[in-house]
Design a protein around this ligand. Sequence first.
Ligand SMILES: Nc1ncnc2c1ncn2[C@@H]1O[C@H](COP(=O)(O)OP(=O)(O)OP(=O)(O)O)[C@@H](O)[C@H]1O
Length: 239
Amino acid sequence: MAEPVTTVSGLTKRFGDRAVLNGVDLSIERGEFVALLGRSGSGKSTLLRVLAGLDTEIEGKSEVDGTVSVAFQQPRLLPWRKVWRNIVLGLRRGGENRSRDRALAEQALSEVQLAEHADAWPLTLSGGEAQRVSLARALVREPDLLLLDEPFGALDALTRLAMHRLVEDLWRTHRPAVLLVTHDVDEALVLADRILVLGDGHIVARHLLDHPRPRAAADHADVRRRVLADLGVTESAPA
Ligand SMILES: Nc1ncnc2c1ncn2[C@@H]1O[C@H](COP(=O)(O)OP(=O)(O)OP(=O)(O)O)[C@@H](O)[C@H]1O
């Protein structure tokens, strides 16, 4: 039987007297890739912050069984530390072990095709490279749940496509459960096993994506139409 890595039930999050999340129920299975869509301000980032344990002032239940890593839209690298030191920064272990840390960082960097950048300074990286370092930093902890908050949103279209392939490869290799927040319906259609739509403070729609990978967004044209309708976006009819 499928085993959940995270279980959220009746989750309510208020800012003052306004409930941004109002009774969210969701469960993500181990190794499952889930995309979370919703209009701007619907509470996607708020939900991720709760799942990441960054916001604990909640009502209801939010449980994660295992390690969580987060990658944000901005890579958030420390400019005064070399790339490899950024990667191992979040590994909290007893005692210093520089050579083992270095080996872990090099392995993670080679997986994102940046092996030769271990000693670079973050400010010398391109946007796409910095985002790959951020992914390596998230993965080096071998997370059970990887939370991605619009990690490709600031990248140009070509770099974004390359990142989709990379994330799919990394997911296949490491098999974390992934919750990807995105505004890009096609990105969700290509990458995810399941799409959740957030609206009015809770999950208003769930769509299964079962087309084999690698996929194109057009493989799920039916789901695309339904998700756009869930989001209240009207698509112009094809000519
Ligand atoms: N610390 C805070 N204090 C008060 N209100 C907040 C706080 N954080 C978020 N909000 C409000 O909660 C709502 C949801 O914000 P959130 O960032 O989760 O939305 P989102 O779906 O991720 O939006 P976007 O797609 O634009 O990034 C917004 O109206 C926002 O103003």
